[in-house]
Design a protein around this ligand. Structure first.
Ligand code: AMP
Ligand code: MG
Length: 438
């Protein structure tokens, strides 16, 4: 479906968050297609593993080896020929001929009536396919053990060569947002560098006459610009290149100039402020000249007004790519919520990630929560556990869109869906955690 940010659907009075997300994703796909058509040799780069965290893998990583490289023992115990289990009595006695350690394989042959003491990870010796764990055996004398036949089947407690990864098969697929385990996995294959998508260039700016930069005195009615700092933190989590365009005054000429400068050198521009009713007309006028931008009223709280679309490539930009534009609301919490809800996924999608949505979990609300049906709400909360060990959430005080403290104290969002009404104490609610462990 051909999408335009100004399509009538999107100008309806209040846009469902799911529809907003869908429209964003469609436009991002168009940009990806256009970008492919233009081509850019610098789109992929090779980086060492220590630089690859949170980058996006550009091509499937094929395993150059089998992992494990050879059949090996999954337990500390005794390796023997499993065929023995079909033929012999209830009690089996074996002579222990030697010991195999991890990294020190036994080179000889294990014959009939014999076994090898083997440690976890040690290569299975020739003639053996089964390991009886140490704790299932009785020592008879210094070099004999016995065990009951019924305790295991042939082939048990052996890890097969290539069981984890097969030579020539993808160990990590293209589009993976690389996590610590992926770096360890690549290293375990002897791979020191990875081909990743180049870092997206993302420009940020704050707009508002009342905003002061850190270090400036606060005159009457002015406030410090905090949005650029929370946005920088959010973007740094994604390992991007950030271009800080500073504070721009509420005047058309400065704003226009700032947008043109950003469109010349970035893939994405994120501004905050200046899109609420009363200010939007002014920004709309500039956007009409510079691109195709819709001004949305989203059925959500916080974060109702948001502008979204593209800025046309300015002359001289190479490659001549459009710039994705997000005009976030000015309220400090609304900035973070709209980033989480819309921008993060769009940035990941634009850079080729195959998974763009953060995972949700659920917890029991400790107290009632007031909620009007007809909009999606994002409440700041702390997740914990109750006496039964079940996950619980408790809201962090005042939920006003400008109150950053409630955000700073929280460790999760409680997300209340569009149709949902009031929540009773003890009801399960959707939760998005701020931090991922790995
Ligand atoms: P606006 O969307 O421009 O109407 O701004 C909404 C509210 O957010 C106003 O109270 C602004 O003063 C505040 N605000 C806008 N931009 C910022 C910023 N960069 N840092 C902190 N507060 C801001
Ligand atoms: Mg403003």
């Amino acid at each position: 479906m051909k999408h335009s940010p100004n399509s009538p659907m999107l100008l309806s009075t209040s846009l469902h968050v799911d529809d907003a997300r869908k429209a964003i994703s469609e436009l991002v796909n168009e940009l990806i297609d256009e970008s492919k058509a233009i081509g850019d040799p610098a789109d992929i780069e090779t980086v060492s593993l220590d630089q690859a965290l949170n980058r996006i893998l550009a091509e499937d990583l094929l395993s150059p080896i089998n992992v494990p490289a050879a059949d090996n023992s999954a337990m500390d115990g005794f390796a023997f020929d499993g065929a023995l289990l079909n033929t012999s009595n209830a009690e089996i006695t074996l002579r222990v001929i030697a010991t195999a350690l991890a990294g020190k394989p036994y080179e000889g042959q294990v014959g009939q009536g014999e076994c090898l003491k083997i440690m976890t990870g040690a290569v299975m010796p020739a003639g053996c396919d089964t390991v009886i764990p140490q704790e299932f055996t009785n020592p008879l004398d210094a070099d004999h053990i016995e065990f009951k036949r019924g305790q295991l089947k042939a082939g048990e407690n052996r890890r097969l060569s290539g069981e984890d990864l097969q030579l020539g098969k993808p160990a990590i697929t293209a589009g993976r947002l690389l996590r610590p385990s992926d770096l360890g996995l690549a290293a375990s294959l002897g791979i020191a560098t990875l081909k990743v998508k180049r870092k997206l260039r993302v420009a940020i700016l704050s707009s508002g006459d009342e905003l002061r930069a850190l270090g400036q005195p606060l005159d009457a009615g002015s406030i410090y610009d905090s949005n650029r700092y929370s946005l920088t933190g959010l973007l740094n989590r994604l390992n991007l290149e950030i271009i800080d365009c500073g504070i721009v005054q509420d005047d058309p000429a400065s704003l226009k100039q700032a947008f043109i400068a950003a469109a010349a050198r970035t893939d994405v521009l994120i501004s905050s402020g200046g899109v609420s009713v009363g200010e939007a007309d002014f920004t709309k006028q500039i956007m009409q000249e510079l691109g195709d931008v819709g001004f949305w009223k989203i059925a959500m709280r916080p974060g109702r007004p948001m502008a979204f679309g593209i800025l046309k490539p300015v002359s001289g930009k190479s490659p001549a790519r459009k710039t994705l534009f997000f005009g976030l609301p000015g309220n400090p919490v609304a900035v973070m919520v709209t980033f989480y809800q819309f921008v993060r996924a769009a940035l990941l999608q634009l850079n080729g990630a195959n998974q763009t949505q953060a995972p949700l979990t659920q917890a029991i609300s400790e107290a009632p929560i007031r909620k009007k049906p007809g909009r999606t709400e994002f409440q700041r909360a702390i997740i914990g556990r109750n006496a039964d060990g079940k996950p619980t959430v408790k809201l962090t005080g005042s939920q006003g869109a400008g109150i950053l403290r409630s955000m700073s104290e929280a460790n999760c969002f409680v997300i209340l869906g569009h149709e949902q009404g009031n929540i009773n104490a003890g009801e399960w609610v959707d939760v998005a955690l701020f931090d991922g462990l790995l």
